[in-house]
Design a binder for this molecule. Structure first.
Ligand code: COS
Length: 382
């Protein structure tokens, strides 16, 4: 068993670290302030091969593994969790297309997503269907050679900047979760529109909005995967997305730790630097230990995925542990910074706001515990 990254992974990590330090970190506060999608950074990331890190080269990807995608996410999240989230959302769309797309769909969308010529979105959640993913009410009815899609989707990341969406809809209401299918719907298709953009606590610059479908007609060939395969596509790609959320949390924690150490070493109270105080030391020690534990859980999930092994349980463990730890330690980072930490001149209040979403999206942490327990029971039940 080795704990070393390969030379290729180390090079990728260094390259992303440079990009994150030189470009993203300098813009992070501005993106947070303006809440504008950073299109220029997105395009630069595409040029560096950061969007399709783990896609094969024949589809315009960098031909690397999921561990490399995790390393990239951690480095970007260290500078801006919202930008990291934008990049990993694209990898989520790539995952769906690569694993379930027809050859034609793959050739059309994957290279264009890799180059940022197209942007995608993933439309599963609805006002009445969040954790209970199988309970969606958007429908897709077959009419001749076309499906007619009706319904509204909510909290769709990048929905307003996307050129197409992967939408999940009920094709057979008698079959429950087996009656859900996925479709690709392009911007400009009559009846397909963008609704309200949400105003969020954090993760600014990463837009989230409603998508509306009213009598949207798409040819049968726009189905992604087979009829009835929708929930499997959604849940399998969410497994993969959860590893990336864990990586976001790890990056946030790294930033929180670095800033806290720097502040504690420089801030003086009672005639000495506050890093001399044991209550500060306790927070830093716990931060560093949880950071390592979260990193290892995240690496393990990515490793299993790269080995072609089942990683549902491990992805949920990494997501749950890393995001709880990120929330706790970004909160403590604000605490260590005291009054300064609560103000926007320091970055820690942004980490704290950005961390909250990681406990909620790609499946709440309560859902992760359900998934973990189900997998454990499957493994150990006699
Ligand atoms: N990968 C592939 N398929 C999976 C899967 C996974 N990780 N988990 C479940 N499935 C399959 C099941 O095998 C089942 O298919 P079969 O009936 O053919 O066996 C089908 O999907 C439905 O699974 P299940 O019956 O377990 O679904 P439930 O309705 O009980 O829900 C949970 C399971 C709660 C785990 C699921 O709904 C979930 O993850 N919810 C969170 C959704 C989410 O993350 N939303 C965020 C959206 S993006 S911000």
């Amino acid at each position: 068993m080795g704990f070393q990254l390969t030379e290729e992974q180390k090079l990728m990590q260094q390259m992303v670290r440079n990009f994150a330090e030189e470009v993203i970190k300098k813009r992070a506060a501005e993106i947070d302030e303006t809440d504008e999608f950073p299109m220029d950074i997105y395009k630069q990331a595409a040029e560096l091969g950061l969007l399709a890190v783990n896609m094969p080269e024949e589809f315009g990807g960098s031909g690397m593994d999921s561990m490399s995608a995790v390393l990239a996410s951690i480095e970007v999240a260290r500078a801006s969790a919202s930008v990291a989230n934008i990049f990993s959302s694209t990898r989520h769309h790539l995952f769906c297309l690569y694993n379930y797309g027809t050859e034609e769909q793959k050739r059309k969308y994957i290279p264009a997503l890799a180059k940022a010529e197209l942007i995608g979105s993933f439309a599963l959640s609805e006002a009445g269907s969040g954790s209970d993913a199988s309970s969606i009410s958007t429908t897709a009815k077959l009419d001749g050679d076309e499906y007619v899609i009706d319904g509204n989707k909510m909290w769709i990341t990048m929905g307003n900047v996307a050129d197409f969406t992967i939408v999940f809809a009920v094709t057979d209401p008698t079959k429950g979760s087996k009656g859900i299918s996925a479709f690709i719907v392009e911007k400009g298709t009559p009846g397909f529109s963008v609704g309200k953009r949400e105003r969020k606590l954090g993760q600014k610059g990463n837009p989230v909005c409603e998508l509306l479908f009213e009598n949207v007609r798409v040819p049968k060939s726009n189905m992604l995967g087979e009829e009835g395969q929708g929930i499997k596509i959604a849940l399998q790609s969410l497994d993969s997305g959860r590893i990336e959320v864990a990586a976001l949390a790890v990056g946030l924690m790294q930033a929180a730790l670095e800033d806290s150490v720097n502040y504690a070493e420089n801030r003086k109270q009672f005639g000495q630097k506050i890093s001399n105080f044991q209550m500060i030391q306790s927070m830093i020690a716990e931060m560093a230990t949880d950071l390592d534990a979260a990193t290892l859980l995240t690496y393990r999930a990515a490793y299993l995925k790269d080995q072609g092994k089942k990683f549902t349980r491990e992805a949920s463990m990494a997501k749950w542990f890393a995001t709880e730890a990120a929330m706790k330690h970004t909160t403590n980072a604000v605490q260590i910074h005291g009054g300064y930490g609560y103000c926007m001149d320091y970055n820690v209040e942004r980490y704290f706001r950005d961390a909250k979403l990681t406990q909620i999206f790609e499946g709440t942490n309560q859902i992760q515990q359900i998934v973990i327990c189900r997998e454990v029971l499957k493994q150990w039940a006699k």
